[in-house]
Design a protein around this ligand. Sequence first.
Ligand code: HEC
Ligand code: HEC
Length: 287
Amino acid sequence: MPTKIEKDSVTGEMTTGHEWDGLKELNRPLPKWWIYILYATMAWAVVWCVLYPSVPGLTGYYHGTLGYSQRTTVDRDVAAVAKQRGTYMARIKTLPFADIRKDPQLLAVAETAGRITFANNCQPCHGAGGGGNPGYPALAAGNWIWGGKLEDIQQTLIYGIRSGLDNARQSQMPRFGADAMLKPAEIEQIADYVMVLYGKSNGDAAAGKKLFAENCVACHGANGEGIREVGGPRLASKAHLLGDDRATVIAQINNPRMGVMPNWNTRLDEATIKSVTLYVHALGGGE
Ligand code: HEC
Ligand code: HEC
């Protein structure tokens, strides 16, 4: 209840005129330091609201004189990373493989780019980690048809295999059965010998061996070791492009599958092709 303002007899200070049940309030000002901090924070708030995005509106908001927004910050970071990557990819494009491999940081960038490219473009045919699928060779096994040096792989990727390009890797196994170059009985005999080469039989395959020498060695080698120049896969092996059962072999001799590998020069840029080459080479089979 308001009473009159008077001097307090104990402290000698003035009262505010407020009194509760005989208790009177002294008129003591707030401490100066507290007041100054309050004014400073108010001033700071005004400055902040002018500089940074602050007041909301109906259709947007006040952007602040500094033009700050989290979006522009993210954009700037993304642009910086892209620029950094661009520099790396430009170096990957121009440097020879040997120099890229000498630079651990550059090699890491290349193999990362290669891994992503592989997952997006190659995995559907060649399997995860280049493990291979029937008709699509394993790339990690070191059992190369066309060659496992960096330059070989790069060449395969750029022009493809039977892709229709002039520079593509090209070879055509004759359709021995479909074109009646061999009789069915002869194909059976050759298949017997191929089973020996595959390590799945040790029966007598002398007749098949003779027919093999007459018809097959030009591409598959005298002992089935394969000939890379003509893309004839190694037959004296346990890893196979198509499958290791007799029926698959007979089907191949009758009417070869002749797998197609697309050319990548129109789909991937030079630096990306080199990156995926390095990645494939590092899968475990590189020469
Ligand atoms: C549409 C399926 C397909 C896709 C996609 C594909 N390949 Fe192939 N690739 C093949 C076939 C089929 C062959 C084997 C051709 C043959 O019979 O010689 C092959 C062969 C290869 C070879 C040669 C292997 C050797 O033993 O010499 C390499 C290297 C290769 N591919 C890498 C790649 C890479 C890297 C990619 C992704 C950029 C890729 N391939 C995408 C189908 C494909
Ligand atoms: C002009 C070259 C050429 C001749 C000759 C040839 N081949 Fe082939 N052969 C190939 C090529 C290239 C492939 C890879 C097949 C593909 O991509 O379909 C292959 C694949 C095969 C395969 C599958 C290998 C695997 O790893 O799965 C068998 C089996 C085979 N040939 C058997 C024969 C036999 C048997 C003869 C002889 C009657 C023969 N080839 C003659 C070029 C040849």
